[in-house]
Design a binder for this molecule. Structure first.
Ligand code: GLU
Ligand code: MG
Length: 471
């Protein structure tokens, strides 16, 4: 923790030399981008509510923008998932401005034929100081912090979504593609769609592992390849934009919401993680339970302990908690297990294929999460877990509903955003890891979401965020 605090204090303003280097980098990229037909670049950041917000610039301005950024009001983090601003948040205020600066290493094609590229942004104060409540800077700080301790983390998101015909926007949700759960019939029915999506992913240079029909009606899943955590979060953002773009071309709607229809499986946004120290894996090859090393056990124990406080970052909507019920593979239990799909933390042993390390799946997460906040907070937990090891409880075998001593139910995670928010508010670890401005304003955003949903009956709650978070 000390190292992170020191980073926050010592991180200097973006210097003139840094700004000039960013501009030079952008200038170098111009010819190849022009060659690929790019004329506009969209710069996004993901706000506290998990929505990606954008500004676009003409390609010729990219060097200047890489140096100086574009203006973006800090009020954007007070936009709720439906876009409304709850006035009780401290950021619900018309004053001030920030500079949204493209992180040039994240640049990818969004739609080449239409002339668009995409790049992730980070926000700075107008004097060049890092903005204390910026989500991507938070994740970067923790990635740098762990790298400085010779810890190598790889992360990858799984994206679930459902497609529907356009009339579903008005009310009754239905599937745009027929076919059964994981059905090859759905794969065939949606073959042109999946082709178009694979082409868009490949054109953007996004490495993906799997693309297939999922359990729910009209549901698909895309697994992104492992990458350093910041890149993994960037990839989630751009992959959802690509899915949305391709879906629109087919005249359909897509929902990434954790609950699309009451009483049916929802959409997850599972986060996979593997961790090495000095190049050696912590989650396999050890003498501990399930082949974990001592450090691997400590890592799992720390994550398990901190899960309730991580939950408002992993599941940011009120409706998220309606997904977290047993037997939907949404893993609502505060337990870990080896290949257990109902455990919030699933350990996946090393694969038979060389280079496939053991890894962890945070199954409880859904796509309302701001991926930068989630990976940043998870990295901070890993840091503390390794510094202050706690004992790891035994893994759960079988259904956690009957796994406790005497056949009782294993402990459930918080059952509402309000309960999860209270755990986040009370977490000294999260307060220190995020710093006050970020921790306080994220908490305010979750409290605003609790208030927004409080006035709605279940059907209204589901409908109000069915097309949120906007990708
Ligand atoms: N759709 C399930 C969820 O809500 C996940 C299914 C799976 O990939 O295991 O998380
Ligand atoms: Mg899935």
């Amino acid at each position: 923790m000390e190292a992170a605090a020191a980073w926050a204090v010592s991180t200097p303003l973006r210097s003139r030399a840094q700004r000039e280097a960013a501009a030079a980098h952008a200038t170098q990229l111009l010819p190849s981008l022009r060659e690929r037909g790019v004329r506009q670049v969209a710069i996004t950041f993901v706000n506290h509510a998990g929505s990606a917000l954008a500004k676009a610039v003409p390609l010729r301005r990219l060097p200047l923008v890489a140096s100086d950024g574009v203006g973006f009001s800090p009020v954007a983090d007070a936009f709720g998932p439906t876009g409304l601003v709850d006035p009780l948040q401290s950021l619900a205020c018309p004053d001030g401005d920030l500079r949204l600066v493209p992180a040039m290493e994240s640049l990818r094609l969004l739609d080449g034929p239409a002339g668009w590229a995409w790049v992730a942004g980070e926000r700075y104060e107008c004097d060049g100081a890092p903005y204390a409540a910026d989500q991507r800077l938070f994740a970067r700080r923790w990635q740098d912090n762990l790298a400085a301790q010779d810890l190598q983390v790889q992360a990858g998101f799984e994206i679930d979504w459902m497609v529907a015909p356009p009339e579903a926007a008005a009310g009754a949700w239905s599937a745009a593609v027929a076919g059964g759960p994981y059905g090859a019939d759905r794969l065939v029915a949606g073959l042109d769609y999946l082709n178009a999506l694979a082409e868009a992913l490949d054109a953007a240079g996004l490495d993906w592992l799997q693309l297939h029909p999922e359990y729910g009606d009209g549901q698909f899943e895309l697994s992104l390849a492992p990458a350093p955590p910041l890149a993994a979060a960037d990839q989630l953002v751009v992959a959802r934009l690509l899915i949305q773009r391709v879906t629109q071309r087919f005249g359909w709607l897509c929902s990434f919401s954790p609950v699309v229809t009451a009483d049916r499986v929802g959409n997850g946004g599972h986060l996979h993680l593997s961790v090495c120290r000095g190049g050696l894996p912590l989650l396999s090859g050890g003498q501990g339970v399930a082949g974990l090393s001592d450090a691997g056990e400590a890592l799992l124990a720390g994550l398990l302990h901190e899960l309730p406080a991580l939950l408002p970052l992993a599941c940011a909507l009120e409706i998220s908690y309606q997904r977290l019920i047993p037997s939907r593979w949404a893993a609502p239990f505060q337990v870990w297990g080896v290949e257990n799909r109902e455990a919030a933390l699933r350990l996946i042993p090393a694969g038979l294929l060389e280079g496939e390390p053991a890894h962890l799946e945070l199954k409880v997460a859904d796509l309302s999460a701001n991926p930068y906040l989630l990976v940043g907070a998870v990295l901070a937990v890993i840091d503390t877990a390794l510094r202050q090891p706690r004992p790891l409880p035994p893994p759960v075998v079988g259904d956690p509903e009957h796994a406790a001593a005497g056949g009782g139910q294993a402990p459930l995670l918080p059952q509402s955003l309000e309960q999860a928010g209270a755990a986040f508010a009370a977490s000294a670890l999260q307060q220190q890891a995020m710093g006050k401005p970020l921790h306080r304003t994220v908490l305010e955003a979750r409290q605003a979401e609790v208030r927004r949903a409080a006035g709605l009956v279940e059907a209204e709650r589901i409908a109000s965020t069915r097309l949120c978070p906007s990708p």
